[in-house]
Design a binder for this molecule. Sequence first.
Ligand code: AVJ
Length: 321
Amino acid sequence: MFEIAHFLKPEELDEALRADVSAGLTSEPKTLPPKWFYDDRGSELFTEITRLEEYYPTRRERAILAARAGEIASVTGARTLVELGAGSGEKTRLLLDALDLETYVPVDVSDDYLLEAAEKIAAEYPELDVRPVAADYERHLSRIPGGPRKLVAFLGGTVGNMVPRERHRFLSAVRATLGPEDGLLLGADLVKDEKRLVRAYDDGQGVTAEFNRNVLRVINARLDADFVPEAFDHVAVWNAEDEWIEMRLRSRGRQEVRVGALDLTVRFADAEEMRTEISAKFRPERLESELEAAGYTLAEFWTDPDGDFSLTLARPQKDHD
Ligand code: AVJ
């Protein structure tokens, strides 16, 4: 029906994976970036996570969007919606129903998912110009098409996957794509009771554990590696100093892993932990100061009734134009 604009050639994606895995597995301590969780199985596992009783963020953000979509429409007058990390699009519909849009630009790295979601939305909203873009929103922001009265949405709390320095760079790069009438709609999870936070990342059914191990399956399949996913335990801890959840994989015993495509042999000590994700949680003041430092002013700040999750509407600072 339509084509995806590809800013990411499959070779580039492969090259980025190789570079990340090679750097991560040879550093001390070992790390792997979370963006490689999301092959088809990883995306399905994440969808399963969003339905878990313990995992509150998706439900809370949806509640805020349901309550505020009308206000978002009237305050922004948005005609163009650019959604970064578009995913499955359930929450998107709340925005599409409320906004009076001409153009919808879903952006995601995983293009199978993207095309499927975009086709469904195009069928449901025949008046809407749907222009899916396969891109890495950390690298290709300036090339993503826009339109008049643009609202850039970055939902789900994915901003928490970045460390503060990366967040600043990312928020500034988004800011650089905004005109004076445009805005950023940012979903961010909030600091709360440690027990609830840890449970949200270490559920009783072990879905998050499978999601975490899935990154090893992705590396096995794409880089000809021989990780035994079951030989790693899922660990979720609250880092109180940095105020983020860390997911790690802990080696059960000593083991040696071969990554064929990198011609690399990696050794794990018994109980060695490899970090696979951070998920930062915010205090409202911090969110505001980070947005201000990146050239925004806070137009609206909403939470759900329990104050679990936040949705911020930020606008470009006037003196920056
Ligand atoms: C999709 C990045 C928002 O950090 O909460 C869920 C991913 N990791 N459970 C998050 C995730 C473990 C999720 N984000």
